[in-house]
Design a protein around this ligand. Structure first.
Ligand SMILES: Nc1ncnc2c1ncn2[C@@H]1O[C@H](COP(=O)(O)OP(=O)(O)OP(=O)(O)O)[C@@H](O)[C@H]1O
Ligand SMILES: [Mg+2]
Length: 406
């Protein structure tokens, strides 16, 4: 392929040596042309087998075969070469047909003069170079375009799987935390059984009865519904996981029909799921009003509340006053949810990008910066909006508004 800076590869075939010598004269002073001259089409085909060619010039009338027959054969091994035919007037019709069928690039009528020949061949060489450049650039462009499409597809898959992983972790973390609590409760019950068995084995000796009584009292002193609460939280986490997995199975299919959902219910199940965090000294204030239903997908609405409450719990960590407040109300045909906290407020550095994916001020491993982008996507898919108010040092207040079902 001739590209800028390399010489043009030119091959001329004519059974008359005299004609070849004239072609040689045309290019004797031109340094950018690498010219080969042969008297036989067979020899020319042999050369074409092994060498790239930009332009091939052939006489039409040769004893071995016609120029057109030769060029047709040459075309099969050098399809990109530009072909020029030297012909006499009586054969013009045949040659025109060859030009129209795309075989021959141009013809030169005999007898030709040196300057005309130089111009004809120059044009052919330049056209060939332009065609090569065009092909190279087109190939480059299409490779770059494919690379872009691939990168975008990978980025989309990356975002998608990061988002899915984030929400699965939101449900799996409470599940594991509550299973640990459950294990503690089971250990206490085992101890109670052991003491009871010892009492039976010792035929209710005083000492073993005292031990049984002390274990029983310790259990009674615990909040009697601790075990129930833990069980409820395990079930809630399990069913949130199940809903997310059902959602995953539906990926690529049409979204399921929205059904009437209760936002308060989503708040309650999220509070249950995050119970393990609110037990550790964070005060949770609830102010829930009776609400009309919202049309939507329950597990997604729970995801929104879960992310906002999780962020609020993160925000108050290490603060002297650790309060998270969740409020719901209805106004103007919309159902509202507000989650506020006594944390440090939104970092001004990320204020304008808060709802974009992968924006986080948390340390690696604690925050992927996905929660709020997922919230925004879900809320908007439900025809609602999400906003935030915050003053540095004065906590943050997130508000979600969703259209109430008619
Ligand atoms: N209640 C809040 N108070 C202060 N800053 C907040 C609050 N909620 C969110 N932010 C800020 O917004 C950032 C983005 O929140 P987002 O929930 O999208 O991601 P994340 O919590 O950092 O990580 P992830 O949710 O993926 O675990 C947080 O890193 C934090 O800086
Ligand atoms: Mg978050």
């Amino acid at each position: 392929m001739a590209t800028t800076g390399t010489s043009y590869k030119l091959l001329a075939v004519d059974d008359e040596p005299m004609a070849l010598r004239m072609i040689e004269r045309v290019f004797s002073a031109e340094r950018d042309v690498d010219l080969r001259l042969v008297t036989s089409p067979a020899e020319a085909l042999e050369i074409a087998e092994h060498q790239d060619l930009d332009v091939v010039i052939s006489d039409q009338r040769m004893p071995e075969m016609t120029g057109l027959a030769f060029l047709a054969q040459l075309r099969t091994c050098r399809p990109r070469a530009h072909l020029i035919l030297l012909t006499a007037y009586p054969e013009l019709e045949v040659v025109l047909h060859a030009i129209n069928s795309g075989l021959v690039y141009r013809f030169v009528l005999k007898p030709w003069d040196l300057d005309d020949m130089r111009v004809s061949i120059r044009r052919a060489m330049e056209a060939k170079r332009l065609a090569d450049d065009h092909e190279r650039l087109t190939a480059q462009l299409s490779a770059q375009f494919e690379e872009l499409v691939r990168a975008e597809r990978l980025a989309t898959i990356g975002r998608l799987s990061a988002g899915v992983g984030h929400e699965l972790a939101n449900a799996a973390t409470p599940l594991l935390a509550n299973v640990e609590l459950l294990a503690d409760e089971v250990a206490r019950l085992r101890e109670l059984f052991r003491k009871a068995a010892q009492a039976v084995d010792s035929a209710f000796k005083r000492e073993s009865l005292d031990q049984l009584a002390s274990v029983t009292r310790a259990l009674q002193a615990r909040k009697s519904d601790a075990l129930d609460e833990t069980l409820v939280a395990v079930r809630a986490a399990g069913s949130q996981l199940q809903l997310l997995l059902q959602g995953l199975k539906r990926v690529g299919r049409d979204a399921p029909e929205p059904v009437p959902c209760d936002l308060n219910q989503a708040v309650l199940s999220s509070v249950t799921l995050l119970g393990h965090r609110f037990k550790s000294g964070i005060r949770l204030e609830r102010d829930l009003s009776a609400l009309p239903a919202v049309l939507g997908r329950g597990s997604e609405i729970a995801q929104v509340v879960l992310n906002l409450l999780g962020n609020a719990a993160d925000a108050v960590e290490g603060k002297r006053v650790r309060t998270v407040r969740v409020r719901t109300w209805e106004a103007a045909g919309r159902v509202h949810l507000e989650v506020s906290d006594t944390g440090p407020g939104i970092d001004p550095a990320i204020r304008t990008r808060l709802f974009e994916p992968f924006v986080s001020t948390k340390e690696v491993g604690r925050g992927a910066g996905l929660g709020l982008s997922i919230c925004k996507q879900i809320v908007e898919a439900h025809g609602g909006s999400i906003s935030v108010e915050s003053e540095p040092g004065n906590g943050a207040r997130f508000t979600v508004a969703l259209p109430a079902a008619a």
